[in-house]
Design a binder for this molecule. Structure first.
Ligand SMILES: *Cc1c(COP(=O)(O)O)cnc(C)c1O
Length: 817
């Protein structure tokens, strides 16, 4: 059957209320929501989505880039600046996109599995894909595209080449499910675990469950854990599973051994079993859900058993890490389909560290699109997205090399590439490695990545964006946001984090020293940067790199003004720091008169902003003090604006003050620790996502006898016969010595395990007397499941110190889901 095609006229008929179509026959393939992610300008229609920033401002730029079709809401938009373009007016652009997806969905009669739940949606979706792909042509949501917009974009990918759809639907508050249900229209519903995720969006668990169940209104069956059924009587047809009670698939027992779980159950009075290569609780539940789905679909138990045993871990994440020869590596060695390629290339293009972008790609073993068309599309995508160097690995890519630009390299397989590639030819570039699993691209990634000392600090970039958006929502209209990336972005890594923040539209960055600012400029950061601690010796460099100094004393100001006049600079922006009570840096109130008269005499020096810092913004105890600081700040800045005759940005709020002192947001806030998922205000912590996981590995496990001593100074003594594990992190990595001798803990397989003996420089010993662990087990030092607050408390310090103390030799690995 032919692929469905749309022109803009067809789309206008589906969503439009009013139209201005200069090219009604323009063919439309792509729904564009982000002006930075154009795939093919001509065949894209841009949706000016509602958001914090008015998306209409991007239209002229998109027009210049070749986009000719726009769905907009502003009735008075000046369309004359875009002659020969198509405009469709709608009331709400997101709703219009959903309406289009809903209408598109109507064209297909093949079954669609719709998955919702709090946790496990992506894993169940990917596993069902792995389990069913042998005989089905499957279209599924890319990555975890399950939001109001993600679902629309996923459903839009449906076409007649497929014969099964698997989509996930995620909601965070009441009223969101209807649109998702209409677009996906699942025939087979799957409900995964209902956990605590997004609890804040609902009055209670029942309300959350009720909202989720709307998804299944028209499904022929819902597959779910029987435990959820009490509150879901209005479901028509259900297929249940349970670990504890009678159900369609009743699990009898779980046996975990050597990294595998044997799951025995009863189905239709027969005892059946599967074995999966995982032991963690979430994987077991998700595998049971998939098992139930396959049984419902009528698969024979012998096929199910075989496929369950070969389930692969679901890794939807892209990893960003440092590579050889000044490269940055984006590792996506596990997923290879066309839509995830598109997403990965966008992430590649978000990186500004190097002008050259390289893609190493394997054959895509995707069904659904004919091979020839697939590789034509890939070649086009690469060209459109400005990927400079392309390396194709695999027979199919090699066969279709004529679609690609001259000079691109092609290899038969991974071995051919590893053997014959000129490794010296790679330098100073960002390289995306993307391959299907059986190509084993992890071998390429290993060769290109810098050697990793096996302790890593994993940074979740989605979590940072989540936290950024959390604080953005708290800002009053028009308030700008400065993100603090001082001290190596609180230990997370300045360049990568600054790049992410720039991409996500923060207004300002702030660093502690000029050097840090220079590094950011050299890494392609172009947004304004304020330097908190400028030094007279590097003023010149600051001017050259367009870094804006914090001026905190007359001494600094005079030196700076001298340089500005010597260099005959016409206008130079500065930021003035007032000391309203922190008593660290800044002009005290009684110094402001002299400051003012100096500024009046030096009109080339312009105040860009005036700010102060709160000494105890999170504290109730010091409420009055904070209030006084704010009042003094307001008084001085008002006076300066009147006296200088112009306005400037005023800011005093750090992270905690954003929520606690909303009336002090003035023109800008300075967000620091909250970005990294940490808050002084306890109630706020629930809304933040964990950003960093510090992980290490075990070097050796050994058995000792009661009374044996462990480590330097023989401080640790075995209380009984048992094992210890030596792990690869010590005080030189940022695991302080005072956590030794049982004071500190690490997490292995969800077990909290205490240290024994003194912490060494590069190693720590853990007491396994009461625990069983394997040498290959991952060790969590702090993170999602072992909080950094707790570690800080044991150390008698604050999380700020713990995270900024992680040594530079600990590799930072960034991931993006
Ligand atoms: C570090 C810093 C901040 C950020 O503080 P958080 O508590 O991390 O939000 C804000 N302003 C100044 C001047 C700072 O030095």
């Amino acid at each position: 059957m032919k692929e469905l095609s749309y022109n803009i006229q067809n789309i206008a008929e589906i969503v439009g209320e009013r139209t201005l179509l200069h090219r009604p026959n323009q063919n439309i393939k792509h729904l564009l929501t982000d002006s930075r992610k154009i795939t093919d300008a001509k065949s894209s229609v841009f949706f000016a989505l509602e958001g914090k920033r008015d998306a209409h401002q991007y239209i002229n730029g998109l027009y210049a880039a070749g986009v000719r079709s726009f769905i907009i809401t502003a009735t008075n938009f000046p369309t004359d600046k875009c002659p020969d373009a198509n405009f469709i007016w709608v009331k709400n652009a997101l709703r219009a996109m959903q309406k289009l997806a809903t209408s598109h969905r109507e064209n297909f009669n093949y079954p669609v599995i719709g998955i919702t739940g709090s946790n496990g949606k992506t894993m169940v979706k990917e596993w069902l894909y792995q389990l069913l792909v042998t005989e089905k042509e499957i279209i599924r949501s890319p990555k975890s595209y399950n939001s109001q917009m993600g679902v629309a974009l996923s459903v839009w990918q449906m076409n007649h080449f497929y014969d099964l759809g698997i989509f996930e639907a995620g909601i965070s508050t009441v009223g969101e499910m209807d649109a998702l249900a209409q677009m996906i229209k699942p025939n087979i519903g799957v409900l995964t675990n209902i956990g605590a995720a997004h609890d804040e969006g609902f009055k209670n668990r029942t309300e959350k469950l009720q909202e989720k169940l709307k998804f299944f209104k028209n499904a022929e069956v819902v597959i779910l854990n029987k435990g959820y059924i009490g509150e879901s009587q209005n479901l028509k047809n259900i297929f249940t599973w349970s670990l504890t009670e009678k159900a369609d698939l009743q699990v009898l027992s779980l046996h975990k051994k050597e990294g595998k779980t044997l799951i025995k159950a009863v189905f239709h009075q027969n005892e059946i079993a599967i074995k999966i290569p995982f032991t963690d609780h979430a994987s077991v539940e998700n595998a049971i859900t998939c098992w139930a789905t396959m049984l419902y679909l009528g698969y024979g138990q012998n096929i199910i058993e075989k496929r369950m045993m070969s389930l692969l871990p679901v890794k939807m994440r892209l990893e960003l890490k440092k590579g050889i020869n000044q490269t940055d590596i984006i590792d996506d060695s596990y997923n290879s389909d066309f839509s995830s390629l598109d997403i990965a290339i966008d992430f590649l293009n978000q990186q500004n560290q190097h002008p050259t972008k390289t893609l190493i790609l394997s054959d895509i073993s995707q069904s659904g699109i004919a091979e020839k068309e697939l590789y034509q599309n890939i070649a086009q995508l690469i060209k459109n997205k400005g990927v400079k160097k392309f390396i194709g690995i695999g027979p199919s890519l090699k066969k279709h090399r004529s679609y690609f630009e001259e000079g691109n390299l092609f290899y038969d397989d991974t071995d051919d590439f590893l053997k014959n590639f000129d490794w010296e030819s790679i330098t100073n570039e960002t390289i995306l490695i993307k391959g299907a699993r059986h190509f084993e691209f992890e071998r390429i990634s290993k060769k290109l990545s810098l050697k990793v000392h096996e302790t890593v600090l994993e940074i979740n970039l989605n979590a940072i964006v989540n936290n950024l958006n959390h604080y953005k929502r708290k800002l009053k209209p028009g308030v700008k946001l400065m993100a603090m990336v001082k001290a190596f972005a609180y230990g997370s890594g300045s360049e990568e984090i600054a790049n992410l923040l720039q991409h996500n539209g923060v207004d300002y960055l702030s660093v502690a020293y000029a050097d840090e600012g220079i590094e950011l400029r050299e890494a392609g950061i172009t947004i304004p940067i304020m330097v908190l601690g400028p030094e007279i010796s590097n003023f010149e460099a600051m001017i050259n790199y367009n870094l804006e100094p914090e001026v905190y004393s007359l001494r600094i100001l005079k030196a700076f003004a001298d340089l500005v006049s010597k260099k005959k600079i016409k206008e130079q922006w500065i930021h003035i720091k007032l000391d309203t009570g922190m008593h660290r840096l800044g002009f005290m109130e009684d110094e402001t008169e002299e400051l003012l008269s100096f500024l009046k005499q030096h009109p080339t020096i312009k105040v860009k902003s005036m700010f102060s810092h709160l000494a105890a913004s999170e504290s109730d105890l010091h409420h009055d003090y904070t209030q006084q600081q704010i009042a003094e700040f307001e008084k001085i800045t008002t006076n300066f604006e009147t006296e200088l005759g112009y306005t400037f940005l005023k800011h005093i709020c750090n992270t905690s003050a954003i929520s606690k002192w909303p009336n002090a947001q003035f023109d800008m806030v300075r967000l620091g620790i909250g970005l990294y998922g940490i808050e002084g205000i306890i109630e706020e912590r629930n809304y933040l996502a964990n950003v960093a996981n510090l992980k290490t590995t075990i070097s050796q496990i050994k058995s000792l006898k009661k009374g044996d001593s462990v480590g330097y100074g023989r401080n640790g003594v075995m209380q009984k016969d048992g094992m210890i594990a030596t792990v690869k992190i010590g005080y030189a990595d940022g695991f302080p010595r005072s956590l030794g001798n049982g004071n500190g803990e690490m997490l292995i397989n969800n077990q909290r395990i205490k240290t024994i003996g003194n912490i060494c420089m590069d190693m720590t010993m853990l007491d396994l007397s009461d625990f069983e662990v394997n040498i290959e087990d991952e060790v969590l030092v702090f993170g999602e499941d072992l909080s950094v607050y707790e570690m800080a408390q044991k150390l008698g310090t604050i999380p700020y110190e713990v995270i900024t103390n992680i040594s530079q030799r600990v590799k930072r690995v960034y991931y993006y889901e």
